[in-house]
Design a protein around this ligand. Structure first.
Ligand code: SF4
Length: 326
């Protein structure tokens, strides 16, 4: 299939704020390499799960792809076109086609605006429809996200809604623009478990209906099960493993992925014994040499501290960056 999104060697390095003493001592500038050479493609209509702990760079990756942050290096192809070259104005036009759904619906909704108006506002900004047709479109969309009776929800304020209902409003506001690509950044993380699965099912249904291409960012591997065709596991700014949902769930290769899988409470998975990586995720300012996972890896070998493993095919589209497989 044709890739709607293709990211090549994407990097985002943030300079670390230095104290005055560092400047006097002429210490070299340090960088947090939040995203450090990430490549992947998402075919039109498919969904890629980007999984990692906080500090893995997954959120920054999503933000950079939408150019909410400027990349340090790399290319981002949207429908074959490199969008890193686009001006602010050209990007503004494209925004309609590339939407983001954030974690906290309360923070992304204006508390003083009725939800119907908030969704309508998105149409207005992009010059879609006229007054009456916009309202019709909003009511239609409210039904699609199961906020019914739509007329009633149209008039409500965000505070009069539950967390799950608010996130439905945010989804409606993103999808009413008929985007082709959506980044969902921890979109269900703040919701109760019961509400979470309803929201995931809704996202999956809408994705099919609108033929949406999606980047689904999450720290919780279990949530990818419902909505992702492929999964990429990130660790300290790099993708360490990428493959189909089955590749990652049933046949994880990278020791870090195996650790993540062993933590998923899923009785149907044939699991090797539970394994929790040693220590904490290192500070992304001081990334370990060689394989970034080596200080925590029970299988580390001499080569692991010296050479950075590259993503290599294990089978089909299943790729892993680990010296155990070279
Ligand atoms: Fe472990 Fe070495 Fe593989 Fe890194 S490259 S995950 S340290 S075995």
């Amino acid at each position: 299939g044709m890739a709607l999104i293709e990211v090549k060697d994407l990097k985002k390095h943030f300079p670390v704020r230095r104290g005055p003493i560092d400047a006097i001592l002429r210490k070299p500038k340090k960088y947090v390499k939040a995203v450090d050479g990430v490549s992947f493609r998402i075919e039109e209509g498919k969904s890629l799960g980007l999984v990692g702990e906080s500090g893995s760079g997954k959120t920054t990756t999503g933000r950079v792809i939408l150019r909410l942050e400027e990349p340090t290096a790399g290319t981002i192809l949207f429908d074959g076109k490199d969008i890193t070259k686009l001006s602010k104005e050209e990007m503004r036009k494209l925004r309609k086609e590339m939407q983001i759904i954030f974690q906290d619906p309360m923070a992304s909704l204006n508390p003083y605006m009725r939800v119907g108006k908030a969704i309508e506002h998105a149409l207005e900004i992009h010059g879609i429809g006229d007054r009456s047709s916009r309202k019709e479109m909003v009511l239609e969309m409210l039904k699609k996200v199961n906020l019914e009776p739509a007329e009633e929800f149209y008039r409500r304020y965000p505070r009069e809604l539950s967390g799950g209902q608010r996130q439905r409003v945010v989804i409606a506001r993103a999808l009413i623009l008929k985007p082709r690509f959506v980044v969902a950044d921890e979109a269900v993380a703040m919701l109760d478990v019961s509400v979470r699965s309803q929201l995931l099912k809704l996202l999956q249904d809408l994705r099919k209906e609108f033929n949406l291409t999606m980047l689904f960012i999450t720290h919780d591997l279990a949530t990818t099960k419902y909505v992702c065709d492929e999964i990429a596991v990130m660790y300290l700014g790099k993708i360490v493993e990428i493959g189909s949902f089955e590749d990652i769930y049933v046949n994880p290769k990278h020791p870090y992925t195996q650790a993540l899988i062993s933590a998923v409470p899923e009785p149907t998975l044939k699991k090797k014994k539970k394994f929790i990586p040693e220590g904490e995720t290192p500070n992304p300012i001081d990334v370990p040499s060689g394989c970034r996972f080596h200080p925590r890896c029970p299988y580390r070998m001499d080569v692991c501290t010296e050479e950075e493993p590259q993503l290599k095919v294990v089978e089909g589209n299943h790729r892993v960056a680990c010296h155990l497989y070279t």
